[in-house]
Design a protein around this ligand. Structure first.
Ligand code: P1T
Length: 398
């Protein structure tokens, strides 16, 4: 039986004119031929009238490009921000931000954070750059207040977290950060600007792996950051252009194209995920379901306060261990066993040996990233087909 649902069950509110802004902001008809779509400007360099006098603001594509500028204007608008910088990956956006910290300073990072973010912080930020990183359970804002020292320069928030879908109270943590003059960053990859706008809750910087929902078709690796403050933007832009992780112009075009359907995709995937999570909860071969949109999530009230819906990521524990989990993954026909998330197709993975394999084993165990924890990214397929696929595979695994 497919659970029957109403829109208000899985979407709590909607951002104003989201699709209108996604389709139009920064994307004006081109002046010479009237092309409706923003052209792909492949030129790496720009002719100048005289030395130091370019025709417009562009002189070299690593530092700026007309296609990219159109996209950046659009993303800034969707994230309720004044400025945006785009990157060749989410990790490039992350390292650009972290690299504005200096030797001897300190970062507080939520403990359950994407494995790649942890890898960068543990290996480069700490070991090579001499910046201390404290991994703290910041789902309790009190823990942030306790961890802050005079050296703290940045608080890194990811919410919902990857992969255990814990929720950080953005407003509460950013308030502490603001009082102490510390920069706050929110990785908004899982929620997307459609379901959550951290800037409205006091975050200084929002970062996204556009590889996920923004791109939405598992065919572009991309990242972005947004902020409001011009002086902060200038520091971040200096970091970005110096490190050189700018995105390809063709990828910018693909992301711009995908953003136009972000609302439609996220709405459908969220609806599917809510139905799918309810189904999982009813299956006796599933030990526990973690889905922010269900009342069983310990922070569901906070989710309803700070997100516009539960999103399309679900984690669950399969009854048994790695053997049952492996059998389940083998038996699935529609879900694809693969890392990443946010595409139109449903993906499934085992974080302990895939996305979070680089996290030390003791830290994984402490966070509950065990070998029977499975993470699914629900796509926009027919949800009945997804449920039937999972039902058959669960039966085959036990
Ligand atoms: O892959 P990249 O575009 O560099 O994005 C890194 C990243 C940043 N932040 C979050 C919350 C992420 O989930 C990721 C990438 N995550 C996966 C590939 C994954 O399967 O979880």
């Amino acid at each position: 039986m497919i659970p029957q649902v109403q829109e208000s069950d899985y979407l709590y509110s909607t951002p104003k004119s989201f699709s209108t802004r996604a389709i139009h902001t920064g994307q004006h008809a081109e002046q010479i031929h009237g092309s409706v779509n923003v052209p792909i400007h492949l030129s790496t360099t720009y002719k100048q009238k005289a030395p130091g006098q370019p025709y417009s603001s562009f002189d070299y594509t690593r530092c700026g490009n007309p296609t990219r500028a159109a996209l950046e204007e659009c993303i800034a608008d969707l994230e309720h921000s004044n400025h945006c910088i785009t990157f060749s990956s989410g990790c490039a956006a992350m390292s650009c931000i972290i690299n504005i910290c200096k030797h001897g300073e300190q970062i507080i990072c939520c403990d359950d954070v994407y494995g790649g973010t942890q890898r960068y912080m543990r290996n480069f930020t700490v070991k090579n750059h001499g910046i201390e990183v404290l991994f703290v359970d910041i789902t309790d804002p009190e823990n942030v207040a306790k961890a802050v020292t005079e050296k703290t320069k940045l608080i890194w928030i990811e919410t919902p977290t990857n992969p255990t879908l814990k929720i950080v109270d953005i407003a509460a943590v950013c308030k502490i950060a603001k009082e102490k003059n510390i920069l706050s960053v929110v990785d908004n990859t899982f929620a997307t600007p459609y379901l959550q706008t951290p800037r409205d809750l006091g975050a200084d910087i929002t970062v996204n792996s556009g590889t996920k929902y923004m791109g939405g078709h598992s065919d572009v690796v991309f990242g972005s950051l947004t902020c409001n403050d011009k002086e902060l933007y200038d520091r971040l832009f200096f970091s970005a252009k110096s490190q050189g992780g700018c995105p390809s112009v063709f990828d910018c075009y693909l992301i711009m194209r995908s953003l136009k359907t972000l609302e439609l995709r996220v709405r459908q995937a969220t609806k599917n995920a809510y139905i799918f999570a309810k189904y999982l909860e009813s299956n006796p071969l599933v030990e526990k379901v973690i889905y922010p949109g269900l009342p069983s999530h310990p922070q569901h009230e906070l989710v309803k306060r700070q997100q516009r819906g539960g999103g399309a990521m679900i984690s669950f524990y399969v009854k048994g261990g790695f053997e049952e989990t492996s059998k389940l993954l083998k038996a699935l026909k529609i879900f694809t066993l693969a890392e990443s998330l946010g595409g139109v197709e449903s993906l499934i993975e085992v974080p302990s040996v895939m996305t979070h394999g680089s996290v030390p084993a003791d830290v994984r165990n402490q966070l509950g990233i065990t070998d029977n924890l499975v993470r699914v990214s629900i796509g926009i397929e027919n949800v009945e087909d997804l449920i039937n696929d999972m039902e058959d595979a669960l039966k085959a695994s036990h």
